[in-house]
Every structure is written in structure tokens, then in C-alpha cells.
Design a protein around this ligand. Structure first.
Ligand code: FAD
Ligand code: FES
Length: 360
């Protein structure tokens, strides 16, 4: 579950001045490990300046329609002073080998036989999982439709614009597209950001049929605005799915951090029993340390990627004792009741705890 596998880079393509698409070849013996659902991400591991970094990247290509998965592609946008995204954009070449953790994630579209009408809303690099979902929906047959709202600063900044044009050409009656640009005025686009007004415009003028589901990926303010607008349009919350790429400090997180900092958790040592990949280990940690940090320090091979509470790869189940999360935008109330926690956000609140990464 937590293993990384060496995969060879089969293609590198510039998507914009600051974004690159990287494709990986999947050898036959790893096809089952790297089978994925549209919307999922992989984690890349690399050592940069002597420090191991792990970063999550959503798969932009669609899952194999039939037969084993032979390849997949990710799109990486360079962020200012970003350790891995800068490395990827400047140095990764065809033939390089990278350590890759198999696909994970709950932001998924499962192929349906019944007619599907979905809305995707993406800003910037948030297009990656949405593109995979769009292609998966559209190729499934003429009864399946997809409308995309895609926001960027300028057309030149927009990742995967050629692939999107190809979808428009291939599926003219199934695929609708609304561009949004915040820094240039274009005749075919809304000027500004993806906000209530932009989404309202699309629902009124571009695609007026009710949607069965919505997939949102972009910065947190966009996701909040989109969610509020769509809820007001009577799209139920369970049909609105979202993926965040970066963690924003939430008010809840700050409160919990303060609770921890002001000593509301117990002082002293905690004994931890942890099960990962069928192996159970014991360790001691102090009350002020985040559970995942203690596991990494003890060389326990627990799965993790973002360490910011947004990717879900570090979920484990508390089977004895208790823990509270600094921040949670992923687990539902019923999952928390079942004992699930994001270990990268978990502060242990009992004197001993047992957690299981396999039973999730
Ligand atoms: C589930 C998931 C899927 C993701 N999919 C993609 C994807 O498909 N394509 C993609 O390009 N990225 C994606 N990301 C983001 C990616 O994992 C990295 O966070 C991003 O590439 C920055 O890493 P870095 O090492 O370059 O920057 P870091 O060295 O980690 O950060 C450098 C600075 O940039 C800021 N920063 C970090 N990430 C971002 C960001 N996304 N936008 C703006 N500022 C940021 C940090 O706060 C910090 O100040 C995804 C993240 C998650 C959790
Ligand atoms: S490591 Fe990403 S949510 Fe915990």
C-alpha cells in the first residue's frame, strides 16, 4: 500500500511557460498496482538538496478503457520557489526514473451506464483531475455529457488547452466549455475569476440542464464560492465533490492549534501501537507531536503525501485510545465516528493509542 515503485518517464511536454506534462510508462508487472480511477493522484518521491520530498500530482489522462494500464500523465505547474515543481519543470527528461506511489484519492468519478451530465469547475493546475474525469465521461457514449468551466490568468497560462480543444472537436454535442480569464479580455471568455457570477452565467446561458454531479478543483476561495452557488441551485451537497491542492489555515485548525499550544492536551509520553502493511510496531511519542511526524521519526513506513490535511493518503483508524484533528476537510462526521483520522493532523488525546493504516 505504501510502497513506491521506480517508473520511467516516457514523455515530457511543455503545457505553458510554467507547466509541464510528464508521462510514465507502466511495466506489465505493475499494471494492477497503477490501475486508477478518473480523478485520482499519484505521489512522487525525490531527494532535493539532501532532503526527501513527496508531492501529490493528479493524473490528467483517462484510465485505460480496456486492457491493462500502460501509461499515465500528470501535469505539474511550477510554483514560485517550489522545491519539486521547479525541479520537475526544469530538469525531468524522457528516460529518467522516478519513485512513484500508486494512485490514491477519493475525488473519483466511477463510470456509469445510465446517462450522466456532469459539471467540472477548474482553476489553474486544478484542471488535471477534471480533464481525466471529462474524457472518461465523454468517451463512455453519446448519452454522457460534460460541461467545463476553466479559469486561468491568460490563454497562454492555460494547461492542457490542446487536449481540451481535441475533446471539443471529438465530442461537439456532448462537451460544453466556458473559459474564464482574469488578466486578458477574450471574446469567447468571461473576464475575472470563477465566482458566483461566472457560475451563475454558465448555468443560465451555457448549460441549463440539471447536473447529476459536480467536480471542483482549484483554490479554496473558488471551491467555497462554487459550492455555495451550486447548493443555492438545488444541487445536493453529496453530489458536489472537491479536491484541494494546498492547505489553507482554517479557523478550526487555528483553534485546535491554540488548544494544543495552551496545554489542553495531556503532558508527557504516549505509547503508540501502529499497524502498517500487516506489521505492528510500538513506539513512544510526546503529546505535543503530530502522530504522523512521530511515525516518520520512528521510521515507520506510514503512507503520506501532502502533510497538510488535503490529500487523504495518511488516513488511519484509531482502534484504541483517542485523537483529535487540527484540521479536517476530508473525513465526514460518520467516518470520524468510525475512528478514522488524518494522521498528519492528529494530536493524540489519550495516554496510549492503537492505530491501523490497513483497516481504512
Ligand atoms: C491531492 C493533490 C493533488 C495535486 N495535484 C497537482 C497537480 O495535478 N498539478 C500541480 O501542479 N500540483 C498539484 N498538487 C500540488 C503539488 O502536490 C505541490 O504542492 C506543488 O507542486 C508545490 O510543490 P513544490 O515542492 O514545488 O512547492 P513547495 O516547496 O512545497 O512550496 C513552495 C511554496 O509554494 C507554496 N505552494 C505550494 N503549493 C502551491 C500551489 N499549488 N499553488 C500555489 N502555491 C503553492 C507553498 O505554500 C510554499 O510557500 C496537488 C496536491 C494535492 C494535495
Ligand atoms: S498526508 Fe495528505 S492528508 Fe495527511
Amino acid at each position: 500500500m505504501t510502497s513506491f515503485y521506480p517508473l520511467s518517464v516516457s514523455k515530457v511536454q511543455n503545457l505553458s511557460p510554467a507547466a509541464v506534462a510528464i508521462s510514465f510508462e507502466i511495466p506489465d508487472h505493475l499494471a494492477a498496482n497503477f490501475a486508477f480511477e478518473a480523478g485520482q493522484y499519484i505521489t512522487l518521491k525525490h531527494t532535493i538538496h539532501g532532503k526527501e520530498v513527496r508531492r501529490a500530482y493528479s493524473i490528467s489522462s483517462a484510465p485505460a478503457a480496456s486492457g491493462p494500464q500502460k501509461e499515465f500523465t500528470v501535469g505539474i505547474k511550477e510554483v514560485k520557489d517550489g522545491a519539486f515543481s521547479s525541479y520537475a519543470n526544469r530538469y525531468i527528461q524522457v528516460g529518467d526514473t522516478l519513485e512513484v506511489m500508486p494512485p490514491q484519492g477519493r475525488f473519483v468519478y466511477k463510470t456509469q451506464d445510465s446517462p450522466t451530465h456532469l459539471l467540472g469547475v477548474a482553476a489553474g493546475s486544478g484542471i488535471t483531475p477534471i480533464l481525466s474525469i471529462a474524457e472518461t465521461v465523454l468517451r463512455n457514449g453519446p448519452q454522457h455529457r460534460f460541461t467545463l468551466i476553466y479559469g486561468n490568468k491568460t490563454p497562454e497560462d492555460s494547461m492542457f488547452s490542446e487536449e481540451i480543444a481535441a475533446l471539443q472537436e471529438k465530442y461537439p454535442s456532448q462537451f460544453k466549455l466556458q473559459w474564464v480569464f482574469s488578466q486578458t479580455t477574450e471574446s469567447h471568455a468571461i473576464f475575472g475569476r470563477i465566482d458566483t457570477a461566472a457560475i451563475g452565467y454558465v448555468l443560465k446561458n451555457v448549460d441549463t440542464d440539471p447536473f447529476d454531479g459536480v467536480y471542483l478543483c482549484g483554490p479554496e476561495p473558488m471551491i467555497h464560492a462554487a459550492k455555495e452557488t451550486l447548493l443555492a441551485q438545488n444541487i445536493s451537497e453529496e453530489n458536489i465533490h472537491f479536491e484541494l491542492f494546498t492547505a489553507a489555515a482554517s479557523a478550526e485548525g487555528q483553534e485546535n492549534n491554540e488548544a494544543t499550544a495552551t496545554g489542553q492536551t495531556k503532558e508527557g509520553q504516549i505509547s503508540v501501537q501502529v499497524t502498517v502493511d500487516g506489521e505492528t510496531s510500538q513506539l513512544e511519542m510526546d503529546t505535543k507531536t503530530i502522530l504522523l511526524d512521530a511515525l516518520i521519526k520512528a521510521d515507520i513506513d506510514a503512507p503520506y503525501s501532502c502533510q497538510g490535511g488535503v490529500c487523504s493518503s495518511c488516513i488511519c483508524k484509531v482502534t484504541e485510545g483517542s485523537a483529535s484533528m487540527l484540521k479536517n476537510q476530508i473525513l465526514t462526521d460518520s467516518e470520524i465516528e468510525e475512528g478514522l483520522v488524518l494522521s498528519c493532523q492528529a494530536m493524540v488525546t489519550s495516554s496510549s493509542i492503537a492505530v491501523d493504516f490497513d483497516d481504512v
